[in-house]
Design a protein around this ligand. Structure first.
Ligand code: DP6
Length: 375
């Protein structure tokens, strides 16, 4: 039986509104592990990612604030989420909104278009958040990164809250989901673990913008659109508690790799960039296997994609394609424009029965940060 459509939200007479979108990002040096003593999704290692084109995989969010809303509401991909409950999204949304409202309440004036008489009044109004992803949610394609980046951008517009020396949208986005702070910028973005004792300096920064390497492309192989069995937050907590390899990775592997990767990216050296990317993905999944009980994010299709990329590179006698997998079985294969058609053909010919090979990523990794502000 077809379930009845969700009740239509009631129209509001007085409201302020903002909208924003944010693309997903694909980590090339993975964030895996939180510093439990410091809270707030403080990472145990620095990480880096490439932000995808917002025309492809993105989250779109609209926020409405109104004195007529008695409590906050969240609609995620068409479904109403209980924001007062204990669910992951409810807690994360409350955290991000509380931070943005505190900043808003301190401002001298509300945003110019606001119908509220003061910022303090606006910060007390209830909000309705409507968000959707243009791609499978929670399937290891960084949907929460795009989702919380879009939420924070949207709230920043709604409340007129901007970056200052003592406040960053990056830190607020990571309160929602760690990797979200990297989706606020385009290009290659690093998220530093921070060196201050309180780690207040742990934030994302753009290393190279989206114009630096215009030839870089990616193919996304949707090996499964199902939600992952072990959410990232739970998986990394288990790894922190049980994996000796994780400590080694965080202390001795991730930081030097990030420096090497930055250099390869600066030089647009695909062979080096590709090898570092593949090695980091393998090291992250090795950590998952070293976790006890182990976590398996890769499936048979993922393994075929790995074998196929190595066979392709061996046949080409150099690294022309490079895979990476986040916390799920879906492969992201990077290549330069000149190799894209060959890599796509090799992947399509060798590995895929039942996998959805998306060409959309071939349009590129570019994204102009200014495009993110308003949908
Ligand atoms: C494997 O950012 O989803 O994709 O901070 O708990 O929300 P939380 O985790 P999340 O973890 C992402 C893990 C990863 C690697 C990465 O994106 O760096």
């Amino acid at each position: 039986m077809v379930p009845p459509p969700p009740p239509h939200p009631k129209p509001l007479e007085v409201f302020d509104m903002a909208s924003a979108l944010a693309p997903t990002n694909i980590a090339v040096v993975k964030y895996w592990g939180k510093d439990a003593a410091r809270g707030g999704n403080t990472p145990i290692n620095s990480s880096a990612s490439l932000t995808l084109d917002p025309n492809d995989l993105r989250a779109e969010t609209v926020m409405v604030a109104s004195p007529e809303l008695r409590s906050d509401e969240l609609y995620l991909n068409g479904r109403k989420v209980d924001v007062k409950g204990d669910g992951t999204h409810a807690k994360r949304l409350r955290r991000c909104l509380a931070t943005m409202r505190r900043r808003c309440a301190k401002a001298k004036h509300p945003p110019r278009s606001s119908r509220a008489t003061s910022s303090e009044e606006l910060s007390r109004w209830g909000v309705r958040v409507v968000s959707r992803n243009t791609f499978p949610t929670a399937a290891g394609l960084a949907s929460s990164a795009a989702g919380y980046a879009a939420l924070v951008r949207c709230a920043s517009e709604l409340y007129g809250v901007r970056d200052t020396p003592s406040f960053s949208l990056s830190a607020t986005a990571r309160e929602g989901s760690g990797s979200a702070c990297r989706s606020l910028d385009g290009g290659l973005v690093a998220w530093r673990k921070g060196c201050r004792a309180d780690r207040a300096d742990s934030k994302a920064e753009q290393l190279f913008d989206e114009r630096h390497w215009p030839d870089l492309r990616c193919v996304i192989i949707v090996a499964s659109a199902a939600e992952k069995e072990t959410p990232s937050t739970e998986g990394m907590q288990r790894s922190v508690a049980t994996s000796p390899f994780l400590t080694h990775r965080a202390e001795a592997v991730a930081e030097p790799r990030l420096l090497d990767l930055q250099k390869a990216f600066r030089q647009r050296n695909f062979e080096r960039f590709g090898e570092l990317t593949m090695r980091d993905s393998n090291s992250f999944h090795a950590t998952c296997l070293d976790t006890f009980p182990p976590i398996f994010y890769l499936n048979e299709v993922s393994k075929r994609a790995i074998t196929c990329v190595h066979a392709f590179n061996a046949a080409q006698k150099r690294t022309r394609a490079a895979y990476t997998f986040d916390a799920g079985p879906n492969a992201v294969v990077f290549c330069e424009n000149e190799a894209a058609a060959d890599a796509f053909a090799a992947l399509a010919a060798t590995c895929f029965l039942g996998a959805d090979l998306s060409r959309r990523g071939l349009r590129g990794l570019t994204n102009a940060p200014e495009k993110l502000a308003r949908a």
